[in-house]
Design a protein around this ligand. Sequence first.
Ligand code: DAT
Ligand code: MG
Length: 149
Amino acid sequence: MERTFVAVKPDGVQRGLCGEIMKRFEQRGFRLVAAKFQQASEEHMQKHYLDLKDKPFYQGLCKYMSSGPVFAMVWEGRSIVKLGRMMLGETNPADSKPGSIRGDLCIDIGRNIIHGSDTLENAKTEIGLWFKAEELVDYKPCSQAFLYE
Ligand code: DAT
Ligand code: MG
């Protein structure tokens, strides 16, 4: 099983889309491992997006991401890093297919409502940045035998 880090961005929170986004991960069959609602500091967002530090939009992105609350989550399931990215759609909502979260729910690349880890390695780093080990809840979901052969 893999874990990935997903966060509803300030625009998604303000637009009331946390429930819709959680619903999609739940209905796919993924297991919620951790969740927290918080306003992150700009320094925290700079660490989160460190790999983009040379991009022209980096400062604005980090400022924006710390301008309001985000809903941070860890989800678990088979191949969830890849499948989660497919559920998100492309970085630019204009390139995202209908049926994907960004393709259904947003328009602008700078207001694309959701973050999801792009590699297993980044997922591990991001989960460690946002959550303490004891915040990751270990439990046995009763649906496993009906989700996986
Ligand atoms: P993703 O969120 O799909 O992983 P990313 O990691 O390349 O995309 O970039 C992080 C965020 O930065 C992205 O969700 C929105 C913003 N962003 C990316 N490219 C941008 C651009 N060309 N102009 C403005 N914002 C951009
Ligand atoms: Mg990314």
